[in-house]
Design a binder for this molecule. Sequence first.
Ligand SMILES: C[S@@+](CC[C@H](N)C(=O)[O-])C[C@H]1O[C@@H](n2cnc3c(N)ncnc32)[C@H](O)[C@@H]1O
Length: 370
Amino acid sequence: MKNILDNLNSNQNKIVKIILSDSNIDIKKIVVRPIIIKSNIKWQIEKFIGAQVFHANVEYQEILNLPFDSFKQITIEKEGSTTIFSKKKQSYSEKTVNNNIKLDIKAHDKIKNYIIKEGEYIPALVELGIFNKEGKIIKGMNDKFKQINKFIEIIDDAYKTIIQKEITILDFGCGKSYLTFLLYHYFTKIKDIKANIIGYDIKKDVVSNCNKIAQKYGYDGLKFVLSDVKKDELYQGKIDMIVTLHACDTATDFALDFAIKNKVPLIFSVPCCQHEINLSIKKGGDFDILLEDGLIKERFSALLTDSIRAEVLRAKGYSVDIIEFVDFAHSPKNLMIRAKLNSKKKSLDRVTNLVEKYKFSQKLYELQKD
Ligand SMILES: C[S@@+](CC[C@H](N)C(=O)[O-])C[C@H]1O[C@@H](n2cnc3c(N)ncnc32)[C@H](O)[C@@H]1O
């Protein structure tokens, strides 16, 4: 122990990160790093207990009271060198290697506080190939991790003020279901709510694989159903939320249509490609300049599609906002339609006028216009 404390206290101002891992207590891991709060250096302690992560910002002296002895490995990363202490029987052996790490202390409000942290062990996400067994994001899955984490953050925002014991959610076009599994983890393990979640997809192999993983990890309330959401009969009980993440083309429209018809109170929908308007729109008025060049026409049509979806939802009693859900670099399809049923209905005339003028087809409008 003394060698660990000595290491911490020498060149303390160069510490980048301290990691305590491989424990024999409830706290599976502790990560400590310096941060800046109101121009002063504090130390942020992250404790990983079960599926949850707890944070505290403390003075340096408090770090020295952490239960180092209960962890078999202590890594002290400093600018220029990393020392690993490994416990064998009662004492720690010590190994130091050089590194190129530069100390970059971030202000507290600049630290990304993901709901699901890298390093958290969620077995289903390991099986799906988002994390490796050490909880690190697998190469190439960073964008997907950012997308699903941000999706959950937005839902978390909506659920801060809602108290319920049970929730039913449908995911349209769930695919490999990274989001669906994370949603289940979030509600059952973090919010402690009984969750019934159904993922729909048209691909037999992905549906069967997702059901196998859900069963393997005892996710009793999570089911995957082989369906074409454009024509098959879907769940008819009370539904609290509809989600879609990149459900192909008009599959998004069928999800929104289903939500409207079933008076689903909350919708979180990130559309995918939008071909319909681009393929059908004709010149007809003031917007003709936007239809001259293929690239602009395609982007304009995509934006018009999502604006019409929002307007149809408003006409059916939803309050709607469209938000950028992740940075463009993590996905070019980065708009989310967030809608909440509140019963105030707007007119659909603005959309009807556009359809009459520019002669395009838009599936949600067609499904809802009567
Ligand atoms: C781009 S993937 C997105 C998958 C997943 N939501 C994600 O973000 O990782 C779109 C998924 O929608 C599914 N899909 C497309 N049309 C569908 C339909 N009519 N009914 C059900 N699923 C559909 C596809 O099979 C595919 O798995």
